[in-house]
Design a protein around this ligand. Structure first.
Ligand SMILES: Cc1cc2nc3c(=O)[nH]c(=O)nc-3n(C[C@H](O)[C@H](O)[C@H](O)COP(=O)(O)O)c2cc1C
Length: 479
């Protein structure tokens, strides 16, 4: 049974339960509202106090719709959504639903072009109020409503953000309601660009996006993939709704404590691509979803985060410094360049091997030969080098992707590498972890091993960062 239901049916307050299990009322409220996951110890205490009615799994069962969708930290936020005239505007209807589920107070502005893609009627039906469309609207402008809209929001999200709207923003235009509000605001702004890949890579758009970032505006995406237009693919697809929610949380600086404030966290993520010749490479199935979720969770916890990522098809998390690399050697260089750090979490699936000799021309089939041998040499072991290096962060966490004897192998890896913790996951193909949405991990520490139930990668990230925050003490950092 859900904790909220158990409290309600028993007429028990969060404060009473907190007193019984020796924790704070705020902790119980966060657990009750689904804004945090309990530690194993806490889940055990709650199970005991509730006579087994509320177990650890009851905190993970978020229902089919929202199971993999983050955004709890947005609860009751005042959000202004600006929809501009791109084909991805239809996705914003889903974003509205998700924001409403999180009790956000929502105002929506549609640009003139956006009305060609979604109707004010469908937006109004979802939000329960007519969207704003006109700068010179006599019903709202009697008290300069566009300035009020700008002021009375905790954050502004533009999704989709067209090339045109970003060009106007970068140059300070204010000739319609959307651009006037964006120019009149000091509220944090997040853009989710979406456009044809040629528009995205055009030097004008590159310049405008760089200017907007320099102006302090956050950008999520776009992603690489299929475009809505038939036969088009490349970078330009709007970030998915869960990614936007995650980014909004980061931009808002998730409500509540910032346990990692002032700490620098390095996270690695994704696969590496080890070139064979100019057109081929050795890769693996890592999607980067887990590492990126960890970087986003650390940023929400207040840390300054450097994410070093191999090639992935997902959006950079907002509010995080991202360094894109291809091969293991580059990843090591980027990590070393990002040191010193207080915490390092190595979630990337770094290739163990690379070519002994990189071919500078495409390798050709040899006439008559039916076999081909590649000479490989070992890649640098980033986890080991950093764990045993002179700039070792006070807390180093490695990941072990295993297909058998998961915990035993992880224990051996922790000792061999010299890191503090290993997050071990079973990536046997049938479990669908590589590239999938869920993960079941074991946290292997020096004295203890925790077996976490299966949960989404966002939930694993939240729980890991909670553990990091409670284990990490600044005193250790200065030791
Ligand atoms: C069918 C169609 C699809 C479009 N899709 C996009 C898009 O995905 N991204 C974009 O930047 N512009 C797109 N445009 C162009 C914009 O609609 C156009 O630049 C418009 O002036 C944008 O106005 P706004 O920025 O005020 O919303 C599209 C135009 C059409 C006709």
């Amino acid at each position: 049974m859900k904790l909220s239901l158990w409290l309600k049916t028993g007429g028990i307050s969060a404060r009473e339960l907190a007193a019984e299990i020796n924790t704070t009322e705020a902790t119980i409220s966060r657990l009750k509202n689904g804004h945090a996951l309990p530690s194993m110890e806490m889940a055990g205490k709650i199970a005991e106090a509730t006579g087994g009615a509320v177990t650890a799994n009851d905190f993970l069962d978020l229902g089919p719709d929202s199971a993999s969708i983050p955004g709890g930290g947005l609860d009751s936020a005042r959000v202004l959504l600006i929809i501009s005239g791109g084909i991805a505007a239809y996705k914003s209807l889903d974003l509205i639903r998700r924001l409403k589920e999180r009790n956000c107070t929502l105002h929506v502005i549609l640009t003139r072009a956006a009305e060609e893609f979604v109707t004010p009627l469908s937006v109004g039906a979802l939000t329960g109020a007519a969207p704003h469309t006109d700068l010179f609207d006599a019903r709202t402008e009697f008290d300069v409503g566009h300035i009020r809209l700008a002021r009375e929001s905790d954050l502004i999200i533009v999704a989709p953000a067209t090339a045109d709207l970003m060009a106007k923003m970068a140059n300070g235009h204010a000739d319609d309601l959307a651009t006037a509000v964006l120019l009149a605001t000091s509220t944090p702004v997040l853009l989710a660009p979406a456009m044809n890949p040629h528009m995205w890579s055009h030097p004008s758009t590159r310049r405008n996006v760089a200017q907007l970032k320099a102006d302090g505006i956050s950008v999520i995406g776009p992603n690489e993939g299929e475009m809505a237009e038939a036969g088009e693919s490349g970078v330009g697809r709007m970030a998915e709704v869960p990614e936007i929610l995650n980014a909004l949380e980061n931009v808002l600086g998730k409500a509540g404590a910032k346990p990692l404030e002032g700490q620098h966290v390095i996270v690695t993520s994704g696969p590496t691509h080890e070139p064979i010749d100019p057109v081929r490479y050795i890769a693996n199935r890592s999607s980067g979803k887990q590492g990126h979720a960890i970087a986003a969770a650390a940023a929400r916890a207040g840390a300054r985060v450097t994410l070093v990522t191999g090639p992935v098809g997902i959006a950079d998390p907002a509010g995080v410094d991202v360094i894109h690399v291809e091969a293991a050697a580059e990843m090591l260089k980027a990590v070393e360049g990002a040191l010193p750090a207080d915490i390092a979490i190595f979630a990337a699936a770094v290739a163990d091997w690379r070519m002994a000799q990189l071919a500078d021309q495409k390798l050709k089939k040899k006439p008559g030969a039916t076999e081909m041998t590649l000479d490989l040499v070992q890649n640098p072991d980033i986890l080991k080098l950093v764990s045993r290096g002179h700039k070792r962060p006070p807390l180093v966490v490695g990941f072990a992707a295993e297909t058998q004897n998961v915990v035993e192998n992880a224990k051996a890896k922790r000792r061999a590498k010299g890191c503090d913790w290993i997050v071990a996951n079973d990536v046997a193909h049938e479990r669908g972890v590589m590239g999938g949405e869920k993960n079941a991990v074991h946290l292997v520490m020096e004295q203890d091993i925790e077996d976490w139930p299966e949960m989404t990668k966002e939930q694993v990230a939240e729980m890991l960062i909670e553990r990091v925050a409670s284990a990490f003490s600044p005193a250790k950092a200065s030791a």
